[in-house]
Design a protein around this ligand. Sequence first.
Ligand SMILES: [Zn+2]
Length: 177
Amino acid sequence: MRCPYCRHADSRVVDSREADDGQLIRRRRSCPECGKRFTTVEEAVLAVVKRSGVTEPFSRTKIIGGVRKACQGRPVDEDSIALLAQKVEETVRAKGAAELPSHEVGLAILGPLRDLDEVAYLRFASVYRSFDSLADFEREIETLRAAARAREGAAAGAGATEPAGVGAAGAAAGRTT
Ligand SMILES: [Zn+2]
């Protein structure tokens, strides 16, 4: 491998060690020309198979691009998007497969995106699940509301003593009628 400092055509491996539970190998290299040291990382390429059958390498940049588009105009910062993409990559790599269908990548995005921003989530889900009617949106929004109610219920239950729990339950019951 070429030296990134002096561009010398070759370098020597002085140390190799596994990282991330054997998912990747870091090599410490030394340049025989300038004597500088640098590190390289080797990891298996994760292939994503598109619906058309075309295969392309998994790209975190692509995830970031797609999520950023869904988050347009939303109060979501770049760091949160980068963190989400990192989470998605960890999830899909943890499956341990050499290749996976693109819809599984989309699926891995949905969960963390819902936690990040519900509007961005709806936008992304509408494309990913190809919503084609208002009913599709309604169903998804109802699912979001049910999850929010469950969270409120859990919080009220944990709070325990006050009639707040009763109030929340009453309100929920009121909404369903
Ligand atoms: Zn060098």
